[in-house]
Design a protein around this ligand. Structure first.
Ligand code: SF4
Length: 286
């Protein structure tokens, strides 16, 4: 049996940075003499095992009903939040540490500028995803539409000028196809900003390539992680024997033959150690 781990697997740079910032905040709180509580605005990443480890360290997940005290620290995760929500947290007087991924911040900036310039913005991404909500929060009310697929384009009304942006983890083919259809449908000015992060792009391309070269694909990551689910779909469209698992405990011996070539890949919120643990589990079967 041959087992490879994807070159672009493990934490993405934005998640790595957010985790480092949260660890720094925990250290600082431990050293301070105040009764500092640490909160994260939503789960720090979409990975139940990692989130659980931070809950055990005393980190709290901010809920709508929570009120922050001036001594508290709130870490904004890599997905970012809307300016309005950020202001509401600031108004509570707590220390706000912004770990929004720079690629996501860039999408916020572009959305804000285009909205001020009067563009109607089409945001390609998942409705209700925190990153998409955060980007949309920079756009004037009623001046944007979030669409997930080409079928939703027909619901759009004609506009004088349009700008198109993407959730950072969208598959490139979906974004490109929707843009082509928009160009065919509207004769007005259309500005396109392919705000898909390069890491996601490389990870998705590699998933498809590995799926075509291997007999079994194991995708490791939270079932609540949008980018992991997309990666799983892309690999499964090429290799039927693709399995999405959260950790090594879910690996089953019957998925493999001794002669199989196996590739292990992961979403952006999966620590590299989890992939190594999956490799060891598979090796232990034979
Ligand atoms: S997937 Fe890309 S945009 Fe999203 S957090 Fe990671 S590096 Fe940033």
């Amino acid at each position: 049996m041959q087992i490879v781990i994807g070159k672009y697997s493990g934490y993405c740079p934005g998640v790595k940075r957010a985790i480092k910032i949260l660890d720094g905040a925990i250290d600082a709180a431990a050293k301070s003499k105040t009764n500092k509580n640490i909160y994260t605005a939503g789960e720090i990443i979409h990975n139940p095992r990692v989130v659980d480890s931070y809950l055990k360290k005393g980190v709290n997940i901010m809920k709508k009903s929570c009120i922050l005290n001036p001594d508290d620290t709130l870490v904004i995760r890599s997905h970012g939040i809307s300016p309005e929500l950020k202001d509401s947290f600031k108004n509570m007087g707590a220390d706000i540490i912004d770990a929004t991924c720079p690629f996501v911040s860039k999408a916020h900036e572009i959305a804000k500028k285009l909205s001020e310039e009067g563009y109607f913005i089409i945001l390609i991404g998942e409705k209700n995803h925190p990153e998409v909500n955060g980007i949309a929060g920079n756009i004037k009310t009623g001046c944007y539409a979030i669409i997930e697929n080409e079928n939703e384009i027909k619901n759009l009304n004609c506009r004088t000028k349009i700008a198109v942006l993407s959730q950072t983890t969208q598959p490139g083919y979906n974004f490109d196809m929707i843009c082509r259809k928009l160009i065919g449908m509207f004769s007005c000015e259309i500005r396109i900003f392919r705000t898909i992060c390069q890491t996601t792009n490389l990870r998705q391309k590699e998933a498809v390539k590995l799926a075509s070269l291997n007999d079994v694909i194991i995708v490791v990551g939270g079932r609540n992680s949008a980018n992991t689910k997309k990666l799983n779909c892309m690999a499964a469209s090429v290799q039927k024997k693709t399995y999405h698992i959260e950790d090594e405990a879910e690996v089953k011996k019957e998925w493999f033959k001794t002669t199989d070539k196996v590739a292990i890949i992961s979403g952006a919120s999966t620590p590299y150690d989890d992939l190594e643990n999956v490799r060891k589990k598979i090796e232990s079967f034979f």
